[in-house]
Design a protein around this ligand. Structure first.
Ligand SMILES: *Cc1c(COP(=O)(O)O)cnc(C)c1O
Length: 395
């Protein structure tokens, strides 16, 4: 029995390998940054979510150390038993203020925030209308709720309207539209202006997962709602990307939402409190980020330059303005070969393929960040052109 089970698992793995879908992890020797060391080789890193370059920032390392000095290493408790320190409360208040919301509640990750969000708020008499490209954690969170589920084609506002009509005709009590602020495989922004208008028309709330926007999009980095100039009822996000890149997630919303999640959200109730180092560094990160208009402008400029350089070299891109800039390849093995050819040239990228993107839509997802220099980008453009010719992505 046991051997058969393990044999079966080996078979599944062999299938993944045979299809060219095996993901392999590289061991970075040292801190995350624009340049990293892998196997003793210095590499230019174009695939981190380190949008504002804070992941290796000395100020955050110092803030984390100071928080550990004053508050220790671990909490050894969930929040409601004895795992809440003054700094947890301060960070929740700080996040709410930063995001322009009434309240915020911390989770161990945004995966947990999204996983725990829906079930306490919505019951069988309610409806959730969800974008088809939403992050896996939203999909899982919705599955865990008893609400009726409706799915609309990615950013298709006519389809969203149809699903809202269905939900209302089905007699839904409350309706929540759920969307990523930025769809991370494509770098597309949600059409929040249109979504807000439809939500108002159908008396629905809007929930936005802003993991790939908080800190660098919108005025003061408040995210895609600020970028689009709309209000949303629920915002979820991560401390694991632009806000320092460690870990932690949150829900920001009105007080009753946060208060009820504190009572009922399962990943909040049954999982450990964030450690002081992470909380202290996040407080410092928010101060840095709020004052980082110059970094945000540099990020926009980098994205524009990188996008134009790749397009000029003949690569197939998706249109957009976000610092996520995917280079479309097609089949997974070719994307892997391209990534390997770049690796050889000292450029670290990641090939994305099924199941994280549809079959036949494999890509190299490049991401800009403010720790990169113009020289880095020029070096990378040369490497992309040479590697592209080597593996046949470019003619
Ligand atoms: C990264 C990401 C998450 C997960 O965030 P973690 O804090 O790493 O769990 C959730 N949603 C979206 C859209 C993301 O990009």
């Amino acid at each position: 029995m046991t051997d058969k089970f393990a044999d079966h698992l080996r078979g599944v793995l062999a299938g993944i390998e045979a299809e060219g879908l095996m993901k392999r992890e590289r061991f970075i020797e040292g801190a995350q940054g624009a340049h990293v060391t892998v196997g003793g080789r210095r590499m230019l890193n174009l695939c981190a979510n380190n949008y504002l370059g804070l992941a290796g920032d000395a100020r955050l390392v110092a803030a984390a150390g100071a928080a550990m000095e004053g508050h220790g290493f671990g909490m050894a408790s969930v929040r409601f038993i004895c795992g809440t320190q003054d700094i947890h409360g301060a960070l929740e208040a700080r996040l709410a203020r930063f995001l322009g919301m009434e309240a915020a509640i911390l989770f161990g990750s945004c995966f947990d925030a999204n996983g725990g969000l829906f079930e306490p708020l919505l019951g069988a008499e309610d409806a959730i209308v969800s974008d088809s490209l939403n992050h896996a954690s939203i999909i899982d969170g919705i599955r865990l709720s008893k609400a009726r589920r409706y799915r609309y084609a990615n950013s298709d506002m006519a389809d969203l309207r149809l699903r809202l009509v269905e939900a209302r005709e089905g007699g839904a009590r409350f309706v929540l539209i759920a969307t990523d602020g930025v769809f991370s495989m494509d770098g597309y922004l949600a059409k929040l202006g249109d979504i807000r208008a439809l939500a108002d028309e159908f008396d629905a709330w809007v929930m936005v997962d802003d993991c790939h926007a908080t800190g660098f999009m919108g005025a003061k980095g408040a995210g895609t709602p600020a970028h689009a100039g709309v209000r949303v009822e629920i915002l979820t996000g991560t401390l694991g990307k632009a806000l320092g890149g460690a870990l932690g997630g949150y829900v920001a919303a009105s007080a009753p939402v946060a208060d009820l999640l504190r009572q009922r959200a399962r990943p909040y109730l049954f999982s450990n409190a964030l450690p002081p180092a992470v909380v202290g560094a996040a407080l410092a990160a928010l101060d840095i980020v709020e004052a980082a208009d110059e970094l945000r402008a540099r990020l926009v400029e980098h994205a524009r330059y990188w996008r134009a350089g790749l397009a000029g070299a003949g690569f197939a891109l998706l249109p957009g303005e976000h610092p996520i800039i995917p280079v479309m390849i097609g089949e997974a093995p070719l994307a892997q070969a391209f990534a390997a050819a770049l690796d050889k040239r000292g450029v670290m990228v990641s090939a994305f393929f099924f199941p994280v993107v549809p079959r036949g839509a494999a890509r190299i997802r490049t991401q800009m960040n403010t720790a990169l220099t113009r020289e880095d980008l020029d070096f990378a453009l040369d490497a992309f052109a040479a590697a592209g010719r080597e593996v046949g992505v470019l003619a």
